[in-house]
Unconditional design. Structure first.
Length: 331
């Protein structure tokens, strides 16, 4: 039985960034359907904040982190799509990526193409697969065609910048919102057809102006409470409001009866982990993402790098909305 020491970031209770503790843990051999992976870089995501602060209640103690890239060190029985020595990357349940080494389920781990670096792989899996399921699998009635308007909140974030580029490649007219002129300029440079600074402009009025009063087919909203009501009003009849995050806090309960007068609109709450429950779907989505990156349609921006020991500062920066693009932890 192998026993290897690894650094890891653990929390013992929900709370602020001060709960993040650097500890040493022991890592053993993978069991059936598992691998052991030695990380080269780790991804940072807002879901990590939700799990830490208690918005998403977790069992304690817990090791945080939902995405990483590294090298497969050992393969358990029944794993056929990965081999020892493979470069690999993942966005996966359960949490635990904030570490040097871990044993984890293999089904959501994908071989990383040689053309994609470990840092890019760590930065892009959760955010890139999220952009993939939003633009390709979370669609309004009748789907999306080239020329259609879509509204994407937090367009200068990690998911947003990937979505801006991918939407441009699909011929969509993405209207991106962000909280500063600099972030709006970044979204525009990455493919947003239009940008709105929602800290100084009424995004609903601007969306109606841009679309000639018609509204958009779909709103992709990871902001939550602060944008929710106006997001509904941005939709064209039969439009779709796709919620996939709560950066400003969770959305308040609402009565389904309001959806009819607003144009018989649809509302859905999406999570990546529903989309990647099977090995086949995970691989198909990852292949689509890998093609988008290796072809040059999508460039993954890593704007912040933090050593593992500075993870608390990374969390503070994310919560203060000081970050753009993707952030990673280095080892």
């Amino acid at each position: 039985m192998t026993s290897i020491s690894s650094r890891a970031i653990r929390i013992d209770q929900h709370g602020g960034p001060e709960q993040l503790k650097l500890v040493n843990v022991t890592v053993g051999d993978p069991g059936a359907g598992e691998i052991r992976i030695r990380h080269q870089a780790l991804g940072l995501n807002f879901i990590d904040v939700y799990q830490r602060n208690g918005l998403y209640q977790m069992t304690m103690p817990m090791q945080l982190g939902m995405e990483a890239a590294g090298i497969v060190e050992a393969v358990g029985p029944g794993v056929v799509h990965l081999q020892v020595g493979d470069r690999a990357a993942y966005a996966s349940q359960p949490p635990g990526a904030y570490c040097d080494l871990r044993v984890m389920p293999a089904k959501c781990v994908c071989r990383l193409p040689d053309a994609i670096s470990f840092e890019t792989g760590a930065a892009m899996m959760l955010k890139g697969l999220t952009a993939q399921y939003l633009l390709k699998r979370t669609l309004p009635q009748g789907g999306l065609q080239a020329g259609d308007f879509v509204l994407f909140h937090a367009a200068a974030g990690g998911v947003g910048l990937i979505a801006c580029q991918w939407a441009r490649a699909l011929g969509l007219q993405l209207i991106g919102t962000a909280g500063s002129d600099a972030k709006c300029a970044l979204a525009k440079a990455n493919g947003a057809a239009f940008v709105i600074n929602y800290s100084s402009e009424d995004f609903l009025a601007r969306v109606k102006e841009i679309t000639g009063g018609k509204g958009v087919k779909v709103v992709y909203d990871s902001v939550g409470k602060d944008t929710w009501d106006k997001s509904m009003d941005c939709l064209a009849p039969f439009g779709l409001l796709a919620s996939f995050g709560n950066a400003s806090g969770p959305v308040a309960p609402f009565a389904p009866g309001i959806l009819g007068p607003k144009g018989s609109i649809y509302v859905t709450r999406q999570t990546l982990f529903t989309h990647i429950t099977t090995r086949e779907t995970t691989q198909a989505m990852a292949d689509d993402l890998f093609e988008a990156v290796t072809s040059g349609k999508v460039t993954v921006r890593i704007d912040q790098r933090y050593p593992l020991e500075q993870v608390a500062q990374a969390h503070r920066d994310m919560e203060a909305r000081k970050t753009t693009g993707c952030s990673i932890l280095t080892l």
